[in-house]
Design a protein around this ligand. Structure first.
Ligand SMILES: NC(=O)c1ccc[n+]([C@@H]2O[C@H](COP(=O)([O-])OP(=O)(O)OC[C@H]3O[C@@H](n4cnc5c(N)ncnc54)[C@H](O)[C@@H]3O)[C@@H](O)[C@H]2O)c1
Length: 461
């Protein structure tokens, strides 16, 4: 069983399935197809399948030509039919793992995909979960479900966890050159998963168990969440102290060892950093252990949209204006630069708060043509100089490379900069309020005598 599967993998005659063709699954499926495998891409979303069948892509990291090229080779077969699993030798699961309304892990997508796999499970298959999830998901949930078929892991089929590490919009690191962790239920499971991924990924790193592999991913994203939380708090400290946090970070980053720069911003976004640490904290809570760094980072990062809203209010105050009735234009609603993904974007929170306070709000994002906000559809507006000049405040939330900031800021009356995007535009500094630069929300708390007037809900929250 094992030998036959390895033989097929090595000579590329193994049929591969990828379940879930989103930001993770589509680039993965295309990468596997480009290595010479026949790949069935399965997604429940009929629109995505129709788009792919027409040779088009819907995500930035997969070009239309790549999709069309893969289709033309006959090695990429997008479908919504799970019966295709009947003929495949390997299955990689890349479905979403969001949080429920009560902020608990929602693993229903993983469970539903696993049920489909179990229906078509046959001897000699390798099953790999790639979705980020809490430690124990693969061996406590997926394994029993698959073994309920009567087949045995390590004997009849092989099961592993291999976290996806894709970084959308990253032009240096992609599926092929980002090292991949694999951890199997048995040593053979790890070995076969290692062999499979080595066919199309430059470096594969085996670990001793599925739980370890699950934990690796959560360490990586918790590391980012905690460090971003720390630096966001540092930005507020610098504001109180009247020091530019970016100057501090850039100077500290000259230390060639023991320091990694992280930068403040309007809050966390995307499908990973704001969510994944909660998976770990939730699991630990069930084991009576409190993940305190995770909770504190979530609290500080979650407060940043409120900080930005306060900065807007402070800026308008300079002109004796209130947020209510002021025209505010948001630049960038995607959660990070040069991508279109708005999932969990802090821009959505900032926009909701500003609307709630009565701002006359509009936005521009070259990657996001329309946006649902409070039940309405908003359209990205044009950045004409006349439109910019008519605004009471411009808020830079995502510093897309396309923005001609010199032109925008020259025309603007007031700019709130949450990304240090204006660092080279010092000539306009009098109209710029920058996060963590000693001139935004906490500035009036600088004098100890006035400290009772500081916005304590923000500073000591
Ligand atoms: N987006 C990232 O940057 C990133 C990076 C690393 C890891 N991850 C992790 O990868 C996983 C997938 O994330 P994503 O960003 O690709 O999500 P996504 O929402 O972009 O894509 C998931 C796809 O799965 C499909 N789907 C849902 N349930 C399905 C089912 N039962 N069968 C078939 N298809 C189904 C959806 O229609 C969707 O197209 C998540 O666990 C996420 O945490 C994401």
């Amino acid at each position: 069983m094992r030998r036959e599967l390895v033989r097929k993998i090595r000579n590329r005659s193994a049929n591969v399935a990828v379940i879930g063709l989103g930001y993770v699954g589509l680039p993965l499926a295309l990468q596997i197809a480009s290595a010479g495998f026949k790949v069935v891409g399965i997604d429940l979303d009929q629109n995505k399948i129709a788009t792919l069948k027409a040779g088009k892509s819907y995500i930035g990291d997969a070009a239309d030509e790549t999709v069309a090229g893969a289709l033309a080779t006959g090695r990429f077969l997008p479908t919504s039919e799970f019966a295709a699993l009947r003929d495949v030798d390997t299955v990689s699961i890349c479905v979403p793992t969001p949080l429920s309304k009560s902020r608990d892990p929602d693993i229903s997508f993983i469970l539903s995909a696993t049920e489909k796999i179990r229906k078509y499970l046959h001897p000699g298959q390798l099953i790999v979960l790639e979705s980020t999830t809490y430690p124990g998901t693969t061996d406590e949930l997926i394994l029993p479900e698959l073994e309920s078929s009567g087949l045995r892991v390590g004997r009849d089929f092989f099961l592993a966890f291999s976290p996806e590490r894709i970084d959308p919009g990253n032009t240096s690191f992609n599926t092929r050159n980002t090292p991949k962790i694999v951890g199997g239920i048995t040593e053979e499971c790890t070995e076969i998963a290692h062999i499979f991924y080595s066919q199309f990924i430059e470096r594969v790193v085996p670990v001793s168990s599925t739980k370890c592999a699950e934990m690796v991913k959560l360490l990586e994203n918790t590391f980012r969440s905690v460090n971003i939380g720390m630096v966001n708090e540092l930005a507020l400290m610098c504001d109180v102290l009247g020091v530019d946090v970016y100057e501090v970070i850039d100077a500290a980053a000259t230390k060639p060892f023991g320091f990694i720069p992280f930068y403040p911003g309007p809050g966390l976004g995307g499908h990973c950093i704001p969510i994944d640490p909660h998976y770990l904290a939730w699991k630990l809570k069930a084991l009576n252990f409190q993940a305190r760094f995770i909770a504190l980072a979530a609290e500080i990062n979650g407060m940043m949209p409120t900080v930005v809203t306060t900065m807007v209010g402070e800026g308008l105050n300079r002109f004796s204006r209130s947020i209510r009735g002021s025209k505010v234009l948001i630049l960038g609603v995607a959660y990070k630069k040069n991508v279109s993904d708005c999932r969990e974007s802090p821009a959505l929170d900032v926009m909701r708060m500003l609307i709630q306070k009565g701002a006359v709000l509009s936005y521009n994002d070259p990657f996001v043509a329309t946006l649902r906000m409070n039940g309405n559809t908003m359209k990205s507006v044009d950045l004409t100089s006349a439109n910019i000049a008519s605004q009471d405040c411009i808020v830079i939330l995502t510093d897309h490379s396309d923005y001609d900031l010199h032109r925008i800021i020259a025309a603007a009356k007031l700019v709130v900069d949450t990304r240090n995007a204006t660092k080279d535009l010092q000539q306009f500094k009098d109209k710029i309020i920058k996060l963590g630069a000693g001139n935004s929300i906490a500035s009036f708390a600088r004098h100890p005598d006035d400290s009772e007037n500081a916005p304590m809900s923000l500073l000591t929250h």
